[in-house]
Write a protein that binds this ligand. Structure first.
Ligand SMILES: Nc1ncnc2c1ncn2[C@@H]1O[C@H](COP(=O)(O)OP(=O)(O)OP(=O)(O)O)[C@@H](O)[C@H]1O
Ligand SMILES: [Mg+2]
Length: 229
C-alpha cells in the first residue's frame, strides 16, 4: 500500500548530484526518488563508492543536489542558502558520524550542549536539563565531565548520539554509526536506535554491515548512484 501523504516526512524527487574534478566526473546520485515516512527505521546499504554518504548528506541538508526537489512534510524547501540549511538541520535533524566528531577539548556535557548554542528557539534556562536528559538516555551520566579521549569508542559514539538528541530532532541521520565498533558496542548502539525509534524518532542510517541493516525495518540499496527500494 503506498504511504499516505500525511505520513511522509521527507521526500526526494528526481535528485541528481555529480562531482567534477579536473579529470573525472562522478554521477554520485542519479534520478533518486525516495519517500521517508514518519517513524521509519531505514538502512541504506551498498558498495563502497556507491553514493551512500552523498545521499545521506543531501537528505540531512549537509549538501545540495544539482537538481531535483527536496520536500519536508510535503512542502518543497526550495533553494535554501547554506545558513538556512544549517538552521533547518539544527531544528529538525540529529546527525551522527562514524568518527564521532566530538570536540576534544570540551567535556561530554559541553559537547552535548553545542547544538543548543546554535539553536535560536531553545531557552538557555532549559539547557542543563536537556543535556542531562540526553546523557541519561544514552546511559552516560557518570561520564558527563570526562573528555572524549577518556572514553571508549562505544561511549564516544553514545556521546555523539546524545549530542544529536539534545534538540529533540524528528529524524536522526547516521553515517556508518557502528563502523568503528566491536560487536558488543554495535549491538548497544542498535538497541539504542531501536529504543529511540519506538519513542517516535525517524532513523535513517547508512551501513555496509548487512547484519546491522537486517535489524532495520526498511532497507534500500544504492549502487553506482542508483537507488533500489
Ligand atoms: N567531494 C567529492 N569530490 C569528488 N568525488 C566525490 C566527492 N565525494 C564523493 N565523491 C565520489 O562520489 C561517489 C560516491 O561517494 P560516497 O562517498 O557517497 O560513497 P559511499 O557509498 O559513501 O562509499 P563508502 O562506503 O566507501 O563510504 C564516489 O565515486 C566518490 O569518489
Ligand atoms: Mg560513505
Amino acid at each position: 500500500m503506498p504511504p499516505r501523504s500525511d505520513n511522509i516526512l521527507l521526500e526526494l524527487q528526481d535528485i541528481n548530484k555529480s562531482f567534477r574534478t579536473k579529470h573525472i566526473q562522478t554521477n554520485a546520485l542519479k534520478n533518486i526518488f525516495l519517500k521517508i515516512n514518519k517513524g521509519d527505521f531505514l538502512a541504506i546499504t551498498g558498495p563502497s563508492g556507491g553514493g551512500k554518504s552523498t545521499l545521506l548528506s543531501v537528505l540531512s541538508l549537509l549538501d545540495k543536489p544539482d537538481s531535483g526537489a527536496y520536500l519536508y512534510q510535503n512542502k518543497p524547501l526550495g533553494n535554501l542558502s547554506f545558513d538556512q540549511m544549517a538552521a533547518f538541520r539544527n531544528r529538525k535533524f540529529g546527525i551522527i558520524f562514524q568518527a564521532y566528531n566530538l570536540v576534544g577539548d570540551l567535556t561530554v556535557s559541553q559537547n552535548i550542549a553545542l547544538p543548543l548554542k546554535y539553536s535560536t528557539s531553545i531557552p538557555k534556562q532549559n539547557w542543563t536539563k536537556l543535556v542531562s536528559n540526553a546523557l541519561h538516555s544514552v546511559d552516560l551520566m557518570p561520564r558527563a565531565h570526562h573528555y572524549p579521549a577518556q572514553l571508549s569508542g562505544g561511549q564516544q559514539q553514545r556521546a555523539s548520539i546524545a549530542r544529536a538528541l539534545v534538540t529533540s530532532p524528528s529524524v536522526i541521520f547516521a553515517d556508518e554509526p557502528t563502523g568503528n565498533l566491536d560487536s558488543e558496542n554495535k549491538n548497544q548502539i542498535i538497541s539504542l536506535f531501536r529504543k529511540l525509534n519506538e519513542e517516535g524518532i525517524t532513523i535513517c542510517m547508512v551501513t555496509h554491515d548487512l547484519e546491522i541493516a537486517e535489524q532495520c525495518r526498511r532497507q534500500l540499496v544504492i549502487r553506482d548512484g542508483a537507488l533500489f527500494d
